[in-house]
Ligand binder design. Sequence first.
Ligand code: MLC
Ligand code: AMP
Length: 524
Amino acid sequence: MAARPGYGRSQGAAGSGRPRDRIMSDNIVDTFFARQQGHGAKPAIVWNGETVCTFAELPAHVGRYRAALAQLGVTRGERVMVKTENSPAFVFTYLAVLASGAIFVPMNAAYTAAEVELLVEDADPVLLIHADKTAVPPAGSDRTTRATLNGDGSGSLTDLAATLAPDLAVEPMAVTDLAAILFTSGTTGRPKGAMLTHGNLGSNVAALYETWQFSSEDVILHCLPLFHAHGLFVALHLGLYSGATLRMLPKFDAAKVVAQLGQASVFMGVPTFYTRLLESADFTRNATAGIRLFISGSAPLLPSVFAAFEARTGHRILERYGMTETVMITSNPYDQAGRIPGSVGYPLPGVSVRIVDENRAELPAGEVGEIEMQGPNLCAGYWRRAEATAESFYPDGFFRTGDTGFKDETGRVTIAGRSKDLIISGGYNVYPAEIEMLLAEVPGVQDVAVFGVPHPDFGEAVMAAITTEGDAFDMAAMNALIAGKLARFKQPKAVHVLDEFPRNAMGKILKNVLRDTYKGSFAK
Ligand code: MLC
Ligand code: AMP
């Protein structure tokens, strides 16, 4: 096979047969725009079935938002936080922040004001962009200006951008400069911001482009939230990097996806998307005939779903494994027969994976241990959290994922479980520690444990158990506290009041016993 274009100015390949100096710097926006040259007439973004702009028009859209950001005080190195739903304007804003040399800090649009406040405190943004009707903390630090951007693209940011001439300059950045900070919760309950550089993002999209054989002929059906790594750095970046049209939907909706599959060549999502598609009678072999690749990730894809999908459509879903801190780490091979259910495949080009014991000694094939990784995709650490960074980022360059698994003789990786206490519900991470801390504050609650149980739609569902003391406990008051403080997807689907917890000899609550007791709660 002929060599395919690689990543980045420093690696000297701006795209197939294009001169090296087309890419002005390692700012990933420069890379995107350079690689889109030659595809100008093609639709770049199709939103709800309507073309929004071609690749030739995209820089001017981004440039208007860049000019608006400059008026709002955004400069190189500053953080811009965004809390809004998907829209084309979200994409323009994202690219404009990066083009300004500033750092993009997205948040889940479902977060409560309390959740947002913690993140704003940490990120200390110069600008907070949010929807008009969304939970945000009351005006805090004097430093932070605000602008609005709604899911339909309207808002003060768009109004301002519309009055300005596009600023087409792209701030030169090095591979080590920060592009984005994405908060992921931690075992301590307080979210940590993963600092992703232009080099992290650029190297990863280049590796995915190779591995999944993308080209400008592709059309990506995109309905993942843009505020997480999967929707932003995998689905969106692949379109921008390949010069492939992004057919976007505001969110996942099985009927809309089925209706648009005929106009797409690639679809990607979390396992819940696939279980929901399989529930639709219109999701047939015929409906998927034009798709060359279905990709799943962010949570384990059950082998039963893989098998049902293959039986229904003839497609073998390609499963990959990633994290916010690392973007993508491993992928099943592109070749259909190489896509093995239950396995997440091989490390991406340039990425190393080790399986280690508790002393960090590498384990032989077949033995389960902690998964560590190293590569150009590994983020620069946690924002302003030296201690948390030191706990997971080793001086030898490897990162502790908190996932456990094994390799086979060929180096293929299978995830066995997690050493971190984490629930993944519909592809969203929920850290029990965060919810436990909140429930422990409820008057009358003596002890609390939050754990995940199997759920047919979300993969896992959040469940809580508590014991109480005295007469102070009031279920309604607890539910009100939960509703006020936690985004809906983090809220326990049930809270069980127990007489006592199962405990080990040391008095530690046995979450595995609780998981076992309640594992049938959502059985179909
Ligand atoms: C919504 N709800 C959830 C939920 N999403 N509850 C638990 N888990 C979730 N993920 C709540 C709703 O608030 C609602 O509450 C009820 O469940 C049913 O809502 P719904 O209408 O069925 O949900 P919907 O809005 O359709 O959302 C489901 C979903 C969405 C699967 C489409 O969660 C989603 O887009 N998930 C993708 C997450 C993702 O992109 N993860 C990537 C992270 S990056 P009620 O009770 O009010 O009705 C990463 C790295 C990597 O992990 O490797 O990729
Ligand atoms: P996040 O912090 O949201 O980036 O989630 C990262 C975590 O999602 C990983 O550490 C894994 O536990 C999990 N994950 C991602 N992809 C997969 C997959 N294909 N199979 C199992 N778990 C996955």
